[in-house]
Design a protein around this ligand. Structure first.
Ligand SMILES: [Zn+2]
Length: 114
């Protein structure tokens, strides 16, 4: 799937998830942090940093490091790898890690379907 389509799907997921957090009466400070994490994992740190993609180009010089180290759709597209990272992240930042989980898992699901 093209990068722009991932970003469009994530935009819809962002609207749904932030509205849901509002519905749950999560404080605004947490929603803002959640949004920043969501933004970073939608536009900069995505499974597609392993190739010359929009997120990789946004990272400028840092973008070519994962391109050199990882092959496309290798470990960066691993459900297990990301899950381990998110479990560790949950330990440090709690539910805010879902701001990273949602865009990354949507990417992995869409890549496996399309
Ligand atoms: Zn991908």
């Amino acid at each position: 799937m093209k990068g722009i389509n991932h970003e469009i799907v994530n935009l819809f997921l962002f609207i749904i998830s932030t509205n849901y957090l509002s519905y749950l009466h999560v404080n605004y400070k947490s929603i803002i942090i959640f949004s920043v994490v969501f933004y970073i994992f939608t536009y900069f740190i995505t499974p597609d940093v392993d190739m010359k993609s929009r997120p990789s180009k946004r990272l400028w010089v840092l973008g070519w490091i994962p391109r050199l180290l990882l092959k496309h759709r290798g470990i960066s597209h691993s459900f297990i790898g990301w899950t381990v990272i998110f479990i560790v992240g949950y330990y440090f930042i709690g539910f805010l890690v879902f701001g990273a989980c949602i865009p990354v898992y949507s990417h992995l699901v869409l890549d496996s379907v399309f």
